[in-house]
Write a protein that binds this ligand. Structure first.
Ligand code: GLV
Ligand code: MN
Ligand code: MN
Length: 399
């Protein structure tokens, strides 16, 4: 199968024009934004031109379906609030190009997907989590973004376009190409990573409530300052995690909403995101216990109340041996001495798809390891190398 590198790069750049930030190559294309919906409609058109049957499912994931049993390739086309042009988009456009190239070569049958809300405006990989059965649709509908908009209300924006969910039994497996989003391939000067497994994640919102008051007149010993509670909590968990975590474990307080968020008011309330990731589900559970205990003890000692929101989570997932071996073999042919096997610290739709199908992933380098930032980029030669590795693997799986 001969992929067309020019056609692939042109589509990738065309997709970037939806929600282009104007800052380097970045995009602002969060799930269900006008830019995201326009990009999905453009993608549906490209799929149709490629001879695929388009289906937009009830959550807004866009599918290009080949006839009969097929291998499914793809990723997501929504972005972070400040996103890079390749995160997700690369896997979708690589899938489209391979579907076209496979048709030109007389097979195999390749279907394409762009899942919705992988970047978690509402949850964690929401679109594929619903399709994969990791999250009930009714529960997803109640999830709120940081402005209080529900997933149910947001997906209604695409209701006119929506058909049924796609039956997973029509697919034989799923391969997702993605940028690494970390430093390892770039630092080693390697072009391709074949993924061994994807970490698990836990994500919850925590709220401390204290007492809002005047910042000039309220003596320090009488304050019930919600921000100081968060400050103590962030320091305390770093200490308490020390004997539990490994160098691969990560945790992040990435979003903080302070009320009323004014210089002269002792903050009465803070709600913040608490996210942690590791390849071992037991370790994730031990970290959860530490988080809950630390938050409760800090609240008790400072006259605060603590409230834990619902916890979202995805389990660690190992890649399928057959698909992974096909990628490794293709990598050894296309990029000899310039590839490695590696785990994924980022979350991916493949985690949810694994509930239905054998899954595998391949990575290409991220320059300076930067992602979830407008500055995210990859050398175009590496993008094309990754495309060729994926094409070689798909061709080898031909029955
Ligand atoms: C997905 O982008 C993640 O947060 O890993
Ligand atoms: Mn992604
Ligand atoms: Mn991402």
């Amino acid at each position: 199968m001969d992929v067309n590198a020019e056609r692939f790069l042109k589509d990738l750049h065309d997709l970037r024009s939806f929600g282009a930030s104007g800052v380097v190559k970045g995009v602002v294309r969060p799930a269900y934004s006008d830019a995201d919906i326009a990009a999905r409609q453009w993608l549906a058109g490209r799929m149709e031109e490629a001879g695929l049957t388009v289906r937009i499912d009830p959550v807004g994931s866009v599918w290009g379906l080949a006839e009969g049993p097929s291998i499914l390739l793809g990723s997501h086309s929504d972005s972070q609030p400040e996103g890079g042009w390749l995160d997700g988009a690369l896997g979708v456009i690589a899938a489209l190009e391979i579907a076209r190239a496979a048709q030109e070569a007389g097979g195999p049958a390749v279907s394409v997907v762009s899942f919705q809300d992988e970047e978690g405006r509402f949850g964690v990989t929401t679109g594929s989590a619903v399709w994969g059965g990791n999250l009930e649709l009714a529960k997803a509908d109640g999830l709120m973004d940081r402005d209080g908009i529900t997933f149910g209300a947001a997906r209604a924006k695409m209701a006119d376009l929506a058909g049924e969910f796609v039956d997973p039994t029509r697919f034989t497996g799923f391969i997702e190409m993605h940028i690494e989003q970390g430093p390892w391939l770039d630092q080693a000067g390697q072009a391709v990573g074949v993924v061994t497994d994807i970490v698990g994640i836990r994500d919850m919102k925590i709220t401390f409530r204290g007492e809002q008051n005047h910042a000039g007149t309220t003596p320090m010993h009488l304050r019930r300052d919600a921000f100081q509670g968060l400050n103590a909590f962030a320091t305390r968990i770093n200490e308490d995690f020390r004997n539990v975590v490994t160098p691969q474990t990560v945790w992040t307080i990435g979003h903080v909403s302070l009320h009323p968020n004014a210089s002269s008011i002792v903050p009465g309330r803070v709600t913040f995101s608490m996210q942690w990731r590791d390849g071992d589900a037991d370790r994730l559970a031990r970290m959860e216990a530490i988080i809950r205990t630390a938050a409760q003890e800090i609240a008790d000692s400072r006259g605060l109340e603590v409230e834990f929101g619902p916890m979202l989570g995805l389990e660690p997932v190992a890649m399928d041996n057959v698909l992974r071996a096909a990628l490794a073999k293709s990598a050894a042919t296309v990029a000899p001495g310039k590839w490695r096997e590696m785990p994924s610290g980022a979350l991916h739709d493949a985690t949810n798809v694994a509930r239905h199908l054998p899954v595998a992933m391949l990575f290409v380098p991220s320059i300076n390891g930067i992602s979830h930032d407008f500055a995210e980029d990859t050398d175009e030669a590496d993008l094309v190398t990754g495309l060729k590795v994926l094409a070689g693997a798909v061709a080898s799986l031909r029955p």
